[in-house]
Write a protein that binds this ligand. Structure first.
Ligand code: ZN
Length: 340
């Protein structure tokens, strides 16, 4: 097996190293580094990255990475695992989605070595990490005050990516369109299989989402033969459903959001998902579902202005079966995975 080099550091087969890749010096003369941990197995195999906090306030994935790195089973991997718990180090430190140049890192690819901070960080992440991998899992959450049901977004027309989206095991998979200059737009032209995991809310740890993410990453590692076995008992009935479509329901009026349905709920066409009331209950309106589906995203703040997006609903061939799978997956995750 040949040497594997990241950021100018060599990692030999069987070695595990934490490395600081220099990104930029800030105006207070602090060095900013992209810190990664690399685990190489003794045997050949795929090279996979797991990254989080591409948006600096999406911290759930940082905790997923921390728990992944503690898994004893990583001693037995084939191939190479690169874990990047915090990609947007600048945004993470300021609890912000963005960088100091006000750019969104996930709209800054491929970046450049001489551009502003976001362009430089994007360039280093692609050249030093992504381009060296055969597979990747990028961990995201909803925005501030918005939570997402754990699900995978991927380019499902690629057969192997589709297989891995299913292997991840979260009940819902979405074939979302690719945004220009995003990480996904970079890997579609290359031979790299990328899954984007969405779950939870910005600036929060969500135990169920953390466990779902950890379960999914290890399940994908098994599916690509990086692992021979899983450190937990497998789910008996693993059912994954691909959404046909998804849409946002917006508030028809401003007011207090009352009795909003939960994430993962099954909704029927014409069903009231929440009421909107003024503080004196003199004027009450409703948010009504346009079609059947499952709530995969929702506002967590019970105050809305007219036009605010409140519920993200995905539609499926059989919403009833998806809802049953979401519930049984919730039970499985809370009973089977106890890692802290
Ligand atoms: Zn994100």
């Amino acid at each position: 097996m040949s040497d594997f080099t990241v950021g100018g550091f060599k990692i030999k087969p069987g070695e595990r190293k934490k490395l600081d890749i220099k990104v930029a010096k800030l105006y207070d003369y602090t060095d900013m580094t992209l810190t990664v941990e690399i685990i190489r197995g003794e045997e050949e195999g795929p090279t996979m990255f797991v990254s989080a906090a591409m948006h600096g306030d999406e911290i759930n994935g940082v905790e997923i990475c921390r728990r992944l790195l503690k898994e004893k089973i990583l001693k037995k991997i084939k191939g190479t695992l690169i874990v990047v718990p915090i990609v947007n180090i600048f945004g993470f430190n300021s609890k912000s989605r963005y960088l100091p140049d006000r750019k969104d890192l996930n709209r800054s690819f491929p970046g450049s070595a001489s551009g502003s901070l976001s362009a430089r960080l994007a360039n280093i992440f692609i050249k030093e990490i992504v381009d060296k991998c055969t597979h990747g899992i990028d961990l995201h959450t909803g925005a501030i005050h918005r939570s997402n049901l754990p699900h995978i977004r991927a380019s499902l027309h690629v057969k192997e990516t589709n297989r891995l989206a299913n292997a991840f095991g979260s009940p819902v998979v979405i074939n979302s369109s690719i945004r220009e200059s995003s990480l996904r737009s970079m890997v579609v032209k290359k031979d790299i299989r990328l899954l984007v995991f969405e779950g939870g809310e910005a600036l929060r740890f969500d135990e169920h989402v953390i466990k779902s993410g950890l379960f999914g990453i290890l399940s994908v590692m098994k599916a690509i033969n990086m692992l021979d076995e899983l450190p937990f008992k497998p789910r008996k009935k693993k059912e994954v459903f691909t959404a046909k479509d998804s849409y946002w329901l917006r508030a028809p009026e401003s007011g207090l959001l009352i009795g909003a349905k939960k994430l993962g709920s099954r909704v029927k066409k014409g069903e009231t998902l929440a009421k909107i009331s003024d503080p004196f209950s003199k004027h009450i309106d409703k948010i009504v579902a346009d079609g059947a589906g499952i709530i995969i995203g929702r506002s967590e703040i019970p105050l809305v202005n007219e036009g605010d997006a409140v519920f993200h609903i995905a539609s499926f061939e059989d919403s009833k079966a998806v809802h049953a799978s979401v519930e049984s997956f919730d039970d499985y995750v809370s009973e089977s995975l106890n890692s802290q």
